[in-house]
Design a protein around this ligand. Structure first.
Ligand code: ADP
Ligand code: MG
Ligand code: MG
Length: 882
């Protein structure tokens, strides 16, 4: 087998991303394009699998292949690893198939020991730099490969700095750094009972094993779970010649995006630090400088931009950025280092971006002819669109501003502040909304960041770890709020104007503007960008399925229309009965022991229902509206506790004892499988008659008012027998005839059913003889197919997922094999008897992109989802056709 592939040292081979990992593939591609990449080699991800399958050992032949690869790097650089006048130093870097920023380990400056540090000093003529690199190496290697926490070194360093009266480590002299290295080594042998390994090859293999091991570190595992990345993929290891951004003030290290990752603007965007190495920029230890002059001005930076400071290196970076973007046809996120004025590229990958930026970039790239329209449509993750519907703080709001930072991830949120990831996780468990406040975040904070509604850091830039991760998760985030300070000792957040906030105090952050306000600030919905609207038009052009909405109230219906809903796929009438005084009338109806009693209550409900429907019809302006007849178990409307019973008895003027008897009579063991849905309509046809009358009278009124004919679609829930539907339909038809005669007007309407019980799917061909349409009620269908109550499932679905019994929660993402099979059967059998049968889906799955793709496969006529998911569904339905 071939375990190792070289790059930048005269090697040509096919670039297989799955084996080389994203980083290795990017390095190989850049080298092939002739870009300045320090040469190196990649140990493929297959070795990672071998490593874990074989008690953390390496496959045969690997040592030899690595040695060969190293020899090529030595030849290309004219340096020798571990000895000689010009020592070769290496970085050992992880890199899996998809990028997991900051989740795994990297070791820099490998190959330094007590001898090579001296040759490095001679070779570069910079002893300070050589000792500083050695210091960094001992610290990093001990942490990553030997498991000794960096913190002990940091403490020692801080101590030494204050003894010497230095503000920053850049002030340390070569001699002082040499002393620190001695102390570091001493500290290490005390803590670990061994000496720091001097043999460069021992260092190298220790580092390789450490990088493979970091694949299963707690934070990497957490990230993979969050992003559904399979463990089997493993990571590759990249071993690369070092270049030095910390070789004096002509050197620098930085990160750049080919376009702005927050706004999508087509302009190079980046940050860098002079005389710095590796993670210094992303770790947010020093607040970095802007790469471009425009960026510096926009962010109000005081220190010069790279464009001004090192114009030649900058110009080369800009050219390379443009080439890489063309090569990959996507916005790139690049890491670079400048060593004594010479630019080196260290990484390139597709850049993470905020949802709004993603839309703008895709549309711009299509306009520029870089990608096709279909590609642009495919570029956007539909699930992120609702991020763009996120609110911002009202611009005119003049509350107490306590800080400002960089707009790292859009959205305005209010929450109580917490200072640690653990507190954020605990708060989430108690359903409290919190903002995680940190000086800077580290990869360990990832779980805390998911638990928080927002993230605020006082240091770090737009490319800091916090910013990247938050954007990826769609969590609002403000970074680098330099006018705020976190006092971790007393747990206080100091804001401008001397404001002091403690854990539990409320703040509002706005990740689109960078504003931080005290308390809860009022927010507003953003205007949808022109790019967003255009994307929607393109999506609408190619999609086949219609997108409707689940709306129970006029407000829902209006919101959904704004988002482009093409009708109502599900109006749950029972929601209309919970409001205001209606619940009394509803209770009176349910508690009535005779038909007359029920009819009396229904007569009072009728005008209210009619008004509701009329409002919906006029908002929907002739678009289809599917109204479901009363569905839920009646006990949902009834009092439960003793005191509720007393209140209801008082309100209805009923005898308490009589009420209790009636409640006992209505008691059900399993209401979800009890007297609900069409079973109610069969027991109490007068309920159906009232609802049908309300619907038809509203249709008449709306048609007269707007001049547009509404076609109500009346939906009978929980049908499993055709006879059930026949019975209910007869009642509906009778009422329809009555109303039409009264009004002297014809109203077109459809009667259909939900397919939400397995029997209905099995007998779909019979049911379709009566039913003009099917609506796949996948919430109940999932529940009844699995025999798993959806209210109780959360108690054990998590365990199922953890133990690998199921991958996805079937209530969120459709179970294709089981529930999906029933859907397919229902569609096929239904169409057998009624070729023009209209079929849609109205469960939660109607807004889930993966499920929508499945629905396209069944050639459904429409999907229906909650109003805020309508844009997501429009895009997902378009993608499903491409
Ligand atoms: P991550 O996957 O966390 O981004 P990397 O492997 O990219 O980790 O390494 C982190 C940083 O280390 C890089 O951004 C770069 O600044 C520095 N680095 C890596 N390899 C080299 C190298 N060969 N020379 C100089 N710096 C390097
Ligand atoms: Mg990197
Ligand atoms: Mg149902």
């Amino acid at each position: 087998a071939n375990w190792v592939y070289g790059f930048g040292a005269g090697d040509e081979h096919e670039i297989d991303r799955d084996r080389l990992g994203g980083k290795g593939a990017g390095l190989a591609e850049m080298a092939r394009m002739g870009l300045p990449v320090p040469p190196g080699l990649t140990i493929i991800a297959d070795v990672c699998r071998y490593f874990y399958d074989n008690g953390r050992s390496f496959p045969e032949g690997l040592k030899e292949e690595v040695a060969e690869g190293l020899a090529a790097v030595e030849a290309a650089t004219g340096r020798r690893f571990g000895s000689g006048e010009r020592p070769l130093l290496l970085s050992v870097r992880s890199g899996s198939r998809v990028s997991m920023p900051g989740m795994m380990d990297t070791i820099l400056n490998l190959g330094l020991n007590d001898e090579t540090v001296l040759s490095l000093a001679r070779d570069t003529g910079d002893a300070r730099f050589a000792w500083d690199s050695y210091r960094r190496f001992i610290q990093m290697y001990s942490d990553v490969a030997l498991g000794l926490d960096q913190e002990v070194f940091e403490e020692l360093l801080e101590e030494r700095l204050s003894e010497l009266g230095h503000q920053a480590e850049t002030q340390l002299t070569a001699g002082q750094l040499e002393d620190i290295v001695t102390s570091y080594k001493q500290l290490l042998s005390e803590e670990l009972d061994c000496d720091f390994p001097q043999d460069p090859f021992e260092q190298l293999w220790g580092a390789i094993a450490a990088v493979f091991s970091s694949w299963t570190s707690a934070r990497a595992v957490a990230y993979r779970t969050l992003h559904n990345i399979p463990t089997e993929w493993g990571t590759a290891v990249n071993i690369q010649a070092m270049v030095f951004g910390n070789l004096g003030n002509g050197s620098a290290t930085g990160v750049a995006f080919t376009r702005n990752p927050s706004t999508g603007e087509n302009a190079l965007y980046g940050e860098f630090l002079v005389n710095a190495q590796g993670e210094d920029v992303v770790a947010g230890i020093r607040t970095p400088q802007s790469v471009t002059e425009a960026g510096r001005i926009a962010s109000g930076g005081e220190k010069p931009s790279l464009e001004k400071l090192m114009p030649e290196a900058f110009a080369e970076l800009a050219t390379i950025a443009a080439r890489l973007e063309r090569q990959y046809g996507d916005m790139q996120d690049m890491e670079f280092t400048i060593e004594r004025g010479k630019l080196w590229m260290l990484q390139t990958r597709s850049g993470k971006r905020a949802a709004g930026a993603a839309v703008r970039i895709a549309m711009d790239m299509a306009d520029e002819g870089l990608i096709s329209r279909s590609e642009a449509i495919m570029r956007i993750d539909p699930a992120t669109l609702d991020q763009m519907l996120h609110p911002t703080i009202r611009p005119e709001y003049r509350g107490t501003q306590i800080g400002s930072g960089l707009p790292a991830s859009p959205g305005a949120v209010t929450g109580e502040i917490v200072f640690t990831a653990e507190e954020a996780i605990a708060a989430k468990a108690e359903k409290r909304s919190v903002i995680l406040v940190r000086t800077e975040t580290s990869p360990e904070d990832i779980q805390g960041m998911t638990a928080a509604v927002g993230v605020l850091t006082t240091r770090g830039g737009m490319t800091s770890h916090a910013a990247v991760v938050a954007r990826g998760m769609g969590v609002p985030c403000v970074t680098g709020a330099g006018n705020m300070r976190v006092d971790r000792f007393d747990n206080i957040l100091h804001g401008i104007g001397g404001v002091m906030l403690h854990a539990g105090d409320k703040v509002t952050i706005d990740g689109a503007t960078g504003r931080v306000m005290k308390g809860a600030a009022p927010t507003q919905k953003p205007a949808l960008s022109e790019d967003f609207q255009r994307l929607m038009v393109w999506a609408d052009d190619v999609r086949r399925m219609k997108v409707r909405t689940n709306a129970d109230t006029p407000a829902d219906a209006r919101a959904a229309r704004d988002f482009g809903a093409e009708g109502i796929g599900l109006c749950r009438t029972e929601h209309m009965f919970f409001e205001g005084g209606r619940i009394h009338m509803m209770r009176r109806m349910i508690l009535a022991e005779t038909e007359e009693g029920r009819r009396a209550a229904l007569d009072q409900l009728l005008p209210m229902q009619r008004d509701d429907f009329e409002a919906l019809f006029s908002i929907m302006h002739g678009l289809p509206v599917t109204i479901r007849l009363l569905d839920p178990p009646l006990h949902e409307f009834l009092p439960k506790t003793e005191s509720e019973v007393d209140d209801v008895a008082d309100a209805l003027g009923m005898d308490k004892q009589a009420l209790r008897h009636r409640l006992d009579a209505l008691y059900e063991f399993n209401p979800m499988l009890g007297h609900r849905g069409c079973r109610l309509a069969i027991s109490y046809p007068e309920i159906t008659e009232m609802q049908a009358r309300a619907i038809f009278e509203a249709a008449v009124a709306a048609a007269r008012a707007t001049g547009e004919a509404v076609v109500p679609e009346i939906m009978v829930p929980l049908v499993s027998l055709r006879a059930e539907l026949d019975y209910v339909k007869e009642r509906i038809d009778a009422v329809a005839r009555e109303v039409m005669t009264e009004a002297g007007m014809e109203i077109e309407y459809l009667v259909g059913t939900m397919i939400e019980l397995p029997r209905a799917a099995l007998r779909a061909h019979k049911i379709a003889e009566t039913s003009a349409f099917f609506s796949l009620g996948t919430n109940d269908l999932t529940q009844t197919t699995f025999g798993m109550s959806r209210d109780d499932a959360p108690g054990f679905i998590g365990t199922y997922q953890k133990k690998g019994i199921i991958e996805r929660d079937p209530f969120v993402s459709l179970d294709f094999d089981g529930v999906g099979e029933l859907m397919r059967m229902a569609a096929e059998r239904g169409r057998q008897t009624r070729s023009d049968l209209q079929i849609g889906i109205c469960g939660e799955h109607g807004g889930d992109p993966v499920s929508i793709r499945f629905c396209e496969g069944l050639a459904l006529d429409y999907v229906s989802c909650s109003p805020f998911r309508v844009p997501t569904a429009r895009l997902a339905a378009a993608q499903a056709t491409i």
